[in-house]
Design a binder for this molecule. Structure first.
Ligand code: B12
Ligand code: SF4
Length: 471
């Protein structure tokens, strides 16, 4: 039996539409960990192949005919996922879909696939395969939050050599519940941790020289979460598993010196932190009050992390109802004031399953709603809804303003020089340079698409522009 698992083309990261070779392009693509876990859960009588369409286009006709196709999708990949599904189903191959989008839009996904697995798949995947073999495939398999001890190591040997970073997951779920984020809806409120020995055993199997912890918040928020993160880092140090790694965390990361020290010694070279908004009103609107701790000094917090040789990459969301014209420049100033090494600005986007989606839908503010074609714009790089104080063109102007101010070559050079002046670890120079140049490069690509979609100043509809895949 032959199983084909596919990570579809993503409008955000795909290399297939990018002309010409560029060293930075390799930093657009990241290993699809979910599919590599499914591959591990697949019994040995199945031959498994994983294809990441972001590395290059797929030629379905030229592939040996599989007995089953499994397709994953974030929302922005759903448009392409359904196209691929139709292609294989037309060849008579059954298709199973899973992942965050199919879970949040079950009815829609069922219209495009033979079966859908919702939620975490560990507990149901072997049953799906058994049913395919027995000819009794069901329409829906309800996975759910699994016991963290049940998560097997991913098949890191698959897709080897194609990415800059290997991927691993140590925790699932997030104790917070920001209105724009799908994590809690998908993985639950409970911050669940894998047994440390399982993470350590899996780390040994990763071949790549650098690692991404895909966890939404590797350290958690409570004292017991932090204690467990420290245990993980201690064990990594003791076992000599100290390859450079990056992760996502909340702003409480620098509140514990010992945590920072252990993270750095176990190989941490970079952390993504969601700052989300430079204003208190913005943070309240997004449900991220966690960031508004009395007396918190973001600049000092960032500096404390950097002192340990860890690069700080911040993320912001633009187009919140409290944002006003000038927000692009305000965000650029905030990112500079905080002393960030890199900053990413995303468009406020109602992703299915989130509180934001429900609220915007209720208010009739979701404009890009010609589904599934419009899902491709849900990449957080393009406007899809009505923003209170901006047309789409005005919002994109604010995004460009941010990028022009924060990613001018003199500013990038200034940030790199600052690393020397602050006598930080020289390894931060390369990471900072690469992340800055990648961000600059990516947003220049986004601008080309924006120019097509928002040709007129009042443009608010994606149908006024060309579809991404036709550009
Ligand atoms: C790592 C990561 C990335 C990596 C991509 C890695 C990759 N190639 O997959 C990068 C940095 C590139 C990235 C980018 C983006 N991301 Co991201 N990302 C994540 C993150 C933090 C972890 C993903 C992961 O590996 N999880 C661990 C694996 C094991 O879980 P899983 O993929 O869900 O798979 C399990 C199940 O879903 C299921 N399953 C999955 N696929 C399939 C398929 C089949 C057939 C079956 C049966 C089961 C199944 O089985 C798996 C085991 O249980 C998630 C948050 C999260 N907790 O998942 C956000 C998340 C997926 N990202 C999100 C977003 C919004 C984005 C961006 C749009 C944002 C941006 N502009 O930067 C882009 C879009 C990229 C794209 N491809 O379109 C959202 C997606 C929400 C949505 N509805 O689409 C999430 C949920 C975070 C959030 N805040 O809401 N991301
Ligand atoms: S802290 Fe991050 S992962 Fe947790 S709910 Fe907020 S945005 Fe999502």
């Amino acid at each position: 039996m032959k199983l084909l698992l596919i990570n579809p083309f993503s409008p955000v990261v795909s290399l297939s539409k990018i002309q010409g070779w560029n060293f930075l392009n390799k930093f657009r693509v990241w290993k699809p960990l979910g599919l590599l876990i499914l591959a591990r859960l697949t019994p040995p009588n199945w031959e498994v192949e994983v294809i990441d369409e972001n590395l290059g286009p797929i030629d379905a006709q030229a592939l040996p005919r599989p007995d089953l196709v499994g397709i994953t999708a974030f929302t922005s990949q759903a448009t392409r996922a359904y196209e691929l599904s139709a292609l294989f189903r037309a060849m008579g191959v059954p298709v199973v879909m899973g992942g965050i989008h199919a879970t949040m839009c079950l009815a829609e996904a069922l219209g495009h696939a033979d079966a859908v697995v919702t939620g975490e798949a560990e507990s149901v995947w072997p049953q799906v395969l058994a049913d395919v073999q027995a000819g009794t495939l069901q329409r829906v398999y309800a996975g759910g939050p699994v016991s963290m001890a049940e998560i097997p190591p991913a098949r890191h040997d698959l897709l080897a050599g194609r990415y800059h970073f290997g991927s691993i997951q140590a925790t699932r779920g997030c104790p917070l519940n920001c209105s724009f984020c799908s994590v809690t809806a998908f993985n639950g409120h409970l911050f669940r941790r894998r047994p440390i020995e399982n993470v350590i055993a899996e780390l040994r199997q990763i071949r790549e020289k650098r690692i991404l912890f895909v966890d939404d918040n590797l350290i958690g928020t409570r004292r017991d979460h932090i204690a467990s993160a420290k245990d993980l880092f201690r064990t990594m140090i003791r076992e000599g598993l100290t390859r450079p790694w990056i992760c996502q965390a909340t702003i409480n990361f620098p509140d514990d010196e010992q945590l920072l020290d252990l993270a750095a010694r176990s190989g941490c070279v970079g952390v993504f932190i969601g700052f989300e908004s430079p204003t208190v009103e913005g943070l309240i609107a997004l449900g991220k009050k966690f960031n508004i701790r009395k007396g918190r000094d973001f600049r000092a917090s960032v500096r404390r992390i950097q002192c340990h040789g860890i690069t700080v990459m911040g993320s912001f969301i633009m187009g919140i109802d409290t944002d006003r014209p000038g927000i692009g420049a305000t965000m650029a100033r905030a990112a500079e004031d905080y002393g960030l090494d890199m900053a990413n600005v995303l468009v406020l986007t109602p992703l299915p399953g989130t509180a934001l989606f429900k609220e915007m839908e209720r208010q009739g503010r979701i404009i890009a709603n010609n589904y599934p074609a419009d899902w491709q714009y849900y990449s957080l790089a393009h406007p899809v809804s009505q923003h209170l104080h901006f047309t789409w063109s005005e919002l994109l102007h604010e995004m460009n303003e941010f990028h022009d101010l924060f990613y001018s070559y003199p500013k990038i050079l200034g940030r790199v020089l600052r690393i020397f002046l602050q006598r930080r670890n020289p390894r931060n120079v390369l990471l900072s340079l690469v992340t800055n140049l990648t961000c600059r490069h990516n947003q220049l690509l986004d601008r080309k698409v924006h120019a097509l979609r928002c040709a007129t100043p009042e443009a608010t509809s994606p149908t006024q522009g060309l579809r991404l895949q036709e550009d």
